[in-house]
Design a binder for this molecule. Structure first.
Ligand SMILES: [Zn+2]
Length: 284
């Protein structure tokens, strides 16, 4: 219904949209693309996880064995075919082991690139966020569109503390992380430091724990990052992981004052420059 306030509301809305676009005009271009770029030589991840793009992306279907995609309206369900295969394989493993159903958050945009909100990484189609929530409802039926938009991922930490909340965290979460980390194409998985500490305290075989890396937040989802796929010569991976399972002093640091309250840099970080190759991916 229109009333006197309507023009003001529209003006405020437009101002919001314009300020987002002007604040990050590069990300805006990537966010507006609706289709993947075609790639003659197979899918190609280009650049780094934080400054890159993707040609030949595929969309992960909204439903599959052992998984359901959330937040469909964000249109971040695109990735390298290796990432689609990984999600499908993990869904099948989770089903075979009766661990529940994975709720999948963001992958990347149709051509990757920077996003207007939410992530610095996820730019090359090799990153995916997976909720810790294992919902019996999601295991018994297909979720409605509005449920996928409105459900939120609960934290597995108790209150604002760094203690695990065992009403949210279960042995199934641990088994899912292990299954994901054991996949050879997985480079690393980011989780909250408290989750890493929990896993370190419980496991006697530590080989897969090396890939589980502590990082800020990540208490309601884990973030899987794949290695650069074979024959993706313009894809730049990260430095190799340090030796060992990471259940050492480097983990203890995450519970220090310095880690809990990191200094905010005086200058904002410089915007990342995308590889020149990404210009043609965007225009194709
Ligand atoms: Zn993520």
């Amino acid at each position: 219904m229109l009333n006197v306030k309507t023009p003001f509301l529209i003006a405020i809305l437009l101002l919001g949209v314009f300020s987002v676009c002007f604040a990050n005009p590069v990300a805006y271009k990537w966010a507006m693309v609706t289709q993947p770029a075609k790639s003659a030589d197979g899918a190609q991840s280009i650049g780094t996880y934080n400054a890159g793009c993707l040609s030949g992306a595929v969309a992960v279907p909204a439903n599959g064995t052992g998984y359901q995609m959330m937040r469909l309206s964000r249109k971040r369900s695109y990735g390298h075919p290796d990432l689609k295969r990984f999600i499908e394989k993990l869904g099948q493993t989770v089903t075979a082991q009766h661990l529940g159903v994975l709720l999948i958050g963001d992958l990347g945009q149709p051509r990757g690139g920077p996003t207007l909100s939410g992530h610095r990484s996820h730019q090359t189609g090799l990153d995916v966020d997976i909720w810790f929530l294992l919902s019996p409802q999601a295991a018994s039926r297909t979720l409605a569109i509005n449920e996928r938009e409105t459900w939120s991922a609960p934290s597995v930490l108790a209150g604002k503390s760094d203690a695990i909340d065992y009403t949210q965290w279960s042995p199934a979460n641990e088994k899912i992380l292990e299954a994901a980390a054991r996949q050879p194409e997985v480079d690393r998985i980011f989780v909250n430091p408290s989750i890493k500490r929990e896993l370190c305290s419980r496991n006697t075989t530590h080989d897969w724990l090396r890939k589980i890396r502590p990082w800020w937040k990540h208490d309601d989802h884990f973030h899987v990052r794949l290695k650069c796929p074979k024959n993706n010569k313009d894809c730049q991976g990260q430095d190799p992981l340090p030796e060992g399972d990471g259940c050492n002093a480097s983990l203890a640091w995450w519970f220090s004052e310095e880690a809990r309250h990191p200094k905010i840099p005086s200058k904002p970080p410089k915007p990342q420059i995308l590889p020149v190759l990404c210009d043609s991916v965007l225009k194709d």
